[in-house]
Ligand binder design. Structure first.
Ligand code: ZN
Ligand code: ZN
Length: 284
C-alpha cells in the first residue's frame, strides 16, 4: 500500500511537495487554497509548472486535492447551495490544473427537519453540473461522512444511491474515511465490524470505485457521529483495528492518507511509521 499525509500549502505549492518528500510520504493530499475561505486567486501558471515538475521528480502518487470546508452541496438554502456548487467547480478546476489524481468532496448536510431525499437529489444535480462544465482526468471522489445531524452519505448504500443519481461512473469514485465510518456505526475496532463494512462496500459501490482511504483514528465512540480525528492507536479504533483492516487484501490496492492531529512533524512521522508497521505485520 502507498501511505501519505495531508500537507500544508501555507508556504506554497512546491513546498508542499518538498514537505511530503521529507516526511517520507508515498502520496499526499493538499487543499487548493484557504480551506476556511470562499475566495480563490487564480493559480500562478509558473507556480503550477514548478509544482508539476517537482511532483514528477518526487515520484509521489497519487496526489489528492481536498475541497475546502465551507461548501455544502446538500444545502436547501439557495444562496449557499449555488455558492457551494461554484466553489466545488472552482477547486475541481484547480485540482485538474495541478494534475491531481483525485479530488475529494464531502457531500454535506441537509439541515434540521429537512427531507434527506431532497438533499441527495440536490447533491447529485450540483455535481452533475460541475462534471458537465469542468472537464479533466482528475477523478471526483465523494467521502463518506460521520452522520452528525443531517449529514448524508453515512452508509455505503446511501453513497451508492447518490452515485447512481449522478450517473457518471467513469468520472466518479469514493474516498473511505475510517474515522467517519466508525463514527457512523461501523465498528472498525473488531474483525466483525471490519467485515460488515467491507462486505457492504463490496455489495454496494464495489471496491473498484474506491481508490483512496483516509486513515484516521476516532476520538468518539462507535456510532457517536462525532467527526474528530485521533492519531493512529490513540483513538477508539485502536492499533488492533487498523492492523486488522490493513491486513485485509481487499484494501491493499488503495492509497491511504492520514488526516491526524499534528503539532509538529514528529506526529506525522509517528503516524506514518505505525501504519507501515501494521501493514507489514498484516502481510506475514
Ligand atoms: Zn477525511
Ligand atoms: Zn473528518
Amino acid at each position: 500500500m502507498r501511505f501519505g499525509l495531508h500537507v500544508s500549502i501555507g508556504k506554497g505549492l512546491t513546498k508542499a511537495v518538498e514537505a511530503a518528500t521529507i516526511l517520507g510520504c508515498d502520496c499526499f493530499q493538499i487543499f487548493a487554497g484557504n480551506p476556511r475561505g470562499w475566495k480563490r486567486k487564480p493559480l500562478d501558471p509558473s507556480e503550477v509548472e514548478e509544482f508539476k515538475k517537482k511532483l514528477k521528480s518526487s515520484g509521489l502518487r497519487p496526489v489528492v486535492v481536498h475541497l475546502s470546508y465551507l461548501p455544502n452541496p446538500a444545502s436547501d438554502d439557495p444562496e449557499l447551495y449555488e455558492k457551494s456548487i461554484l466553489a466545488i467547480g472552482e477547486d475541481y478546476r484547480r485540482a485538474i490544473e495541478l494534475g491531481a489524481d483525485y479530488f475529494v468532496v464531502h457531500p454535506g448536510r441537509v439541515g434540521k427537519g429537512k427531507n434527506m431525499e431532497e438533499g441527495i437529489l440536490r447533491v447529485a444535480t450540483g455535481i452533475r453540473k460541475v462534471l458537465s462544465v469542468v472537464q479533466g482526468n482528475t477523478l471526483f471522489l465523494l467521502e463518506n461522512q460521520a452522520g452528525a445531524g443531517t449529514e448524508i452519505a453515512r452508509s455505503f448504500s446511501e453513497m451508492e444511491r447518490i452515485l447512481r443519481e449522478i450517473n457518471r461512473p467513469e468520472r466518479m469514485g469514493v474516498c473511505l474515511d475510517t474515522c467517519h465510518a466508525f463514527a457512523a456505526g461501523y465498528n472498525l475496532s473488531s474483525q466483525e465490524g471490519i467485515d460488515e463494512l467491507l462486505s457492504e462496500v463490496d455489495e454496494t459501490i464495489g471496491f473498484s470505485s474506491i481508490p483512496l482511504m483516509h486513515l484516521n483514528d476516532a476520538v468518539g465512540e462507535v456510532g457517536s457521529h462525532l467527526d474528530r480525528h485521533a492519531s493512529i492507536g490513540e483513538g477508539k479504533i485502536g492499533k488492533e483495528g487498523f492492523g486488522l483492516l490493513l491486513s485485509d487484501p481487499r484494501v491493499h490496492q488503495l492509497a491511504g492518507i492520514l488526516e491526524t492531529p499534528r503539532t509538529s512533524d514528529d506526529d506525522d512521522l509517528r503516524n506514518l511509521a505505525i501504519l507501515r508497521e501494521l501493514f507489514r505485520g498484516g502481510e506475514k
